[in-house]
Write a protein that binds this ligand. Structure first.
Ligand code: FAD
Length: 388
């Protein structure tokens, strides 16, 4: 059978719908939210009405009955215009709702997923701690079972948690040490903590370099009690669960990075054709043309890389290495394209009113979040069988 990289008519229709939404609704408004460091509730509400938060989930839980490819296509199109709304969708679906979908009991799914799929409620994923990011298995947060009541009592702090403090945040899934194995290694489990649970505090929003219209907070847990039924998946399986969630999430971040890389091309081609210097469009210079050709090459190759990883995920093949390759390549491409796009825009590229300035500020985190570039290289080397 011939290798066919083209999208199905359904996927192409979704891609085009999100492209139009990003162009017509997000692009004209998002700069002001970004400048004010404000969460764009109305845009997120519209994304919810379009079904974007339910894309990869089955209809019985309020989802759209699509797949992970559909989610990634939507992320790429949103990020071509703006990364704050894209990361809000990525974190809401891939980190917020997906753990419930994959590991939740029937009751947990019925309780949470319909509102998460509708975008009426956002979920957050609390893994990173002040002292543990890349080596998140070192988590210090604890959840001790109160034998008298059966409740879990949670203590600890989580850092940099996306979507954790909006008016519509409904829950955060938190990894915590729930015991020790015979060899002394921690048993890590995941617990669902509803917003507003006594002892659960959301710190004021961080002041960030980029993603300024997205929501990020530190969370603290002081003797937070949740019912026994809020354990997500098996006790002691939390580490394996979050590794799977992060593997998938890397494909989504790669799609988002591809969108940013492509957005830099879109903006720069238009600018190169209209801005004149020395009596001709700057795009008439081969130095600018070559920059644009290289930027397009990076965006295109990034797209092929994330789609390859996604296609393996969809058919149930191993995809860990392909996801790491895609995330590493596309995030570094996004950073390079954003730097080149700013250069092509000259002084205007340093002005916040130009989308490329926002893209420049938003690109760097892609080399850090959901596994740094060094972590991706470690994963790829391990898959190659180097270093044990
Ligand atoms: C805006 C934002 C949103 C985020 N959202 C979430 C979220 O929703 N949920 C969540 O749980 N987390 C979230 N994070 C956290 C993010 O995933 C972590 O910041 C990231 O995993 C890196 O962890 P760290 O910051 O602790 O860096 P560290 O792990 O301390 O790493 C510091 C540096 O050392 C390098 N390094 C570490 N170990 C090695 C090694 N063995 N070899 C070589 N180099 C190494 C790293 O690559 C990095 O360059 C978010 C972060 C940000 C900034």
């Amino acid at each position: 059978m011939a290798l066919d990289h083209r999208l199905s008519p359904e996927h192409e229709e979704l891609r085009r719908t999100v492209e139009e939404f990003a162009h017509d609704v997000v692009a004209p408004k998002i700069g002001e939210f970004y400048e004010r460091h404000e969460f764009p509730y109305e845009i997120v509400r519209q994304m919810g009405s379009m079904g974007l938060f339910g894309l990869p989930f089955s209809e019985e839980y309020g989802g759209m009955g699509g797949d992970y490819l559909a989610l990634c296509l939507a992320l790429e199109e949103l990020a071509r215009v703006d990364s704050s709304v894209a990361i809000t969708l990525e974190a809401g679906v891939s980190l917020g709702a997906m753990p419930l979908y994959l590991y939740g009991t029937e009751e947990q799914k019925r309780t949470w997923l319909p509102r998460l799929c509708a975008g009426e409620m956002l979920g957050a994923f609390g893994l990173t701690e002040p002292g543990f990011g890349s080596d998140a298995g070192g988590t210090r947060t604890t959840a001790i079972r109160d034998e008298a009541t059966g409740e879990w009592v949670i203590n600890g702090t989580k850092s940099f948690i996306t979507n954790s403090g909006t008016d519509i945040t409904g829950l955060v899934t938190v990894t915590a040490v729930t015991g020790r194995k015979d060899d002394g290694a921690p048993r890590i489990s995941t617990l669902i903590v509803p917003s507003g649970t006594p002892g659960f505090t959301v710190a004021p929003a961080y002041s960030k370099v980029g993603w300024n219209a997205s929501d990020t907070h530190e969370l603290s847990f002081a003797d937070v009690r949740v019912p026994e039924a809020n354990l997500l998946g098996e006790e002691g399986r939390g580490y394996a669960q979050f590794l799977r969630i992060l593997d998938e999430g890397r494909i989504a971040i790669s799609a988002l990075a591809t969108g940013l890389a492509q957005g830099c091309v879109d903006e720069s081609v238009e600018y190169a054709n209209t801005r004149t210097a020395f009596g001709k469009p700057i795009g008439a210079n081969q130095a600018i043309q070559f920059k644009l050709a290289d930027m397009e090459m990076r965006a295109h190759t990034s797209r092929i890389a994330w789609r390859d990883a996604a296609s393996r995920l969809l058919v149930g093949e191993p995809f860990k290495k392909q996801a790491a390759l895609a995330k590493l390549y596309s995030s570094e491409s996004a950073v390079t394209n954003a730097r080149e796009a700013t250069q092509i825009h000259g002084g205007y590229g340093f002005m916040n009113e130009y989308p490329v300035a926002r893209m420049w500020r938003d690109a760097k985190i892609l080399e850090i979040g959901e596994g740094t570039s060094e972590v991706q290289r470690m994963l790829i080397a391990r898959e190659l069988g180097v270093g044990g």
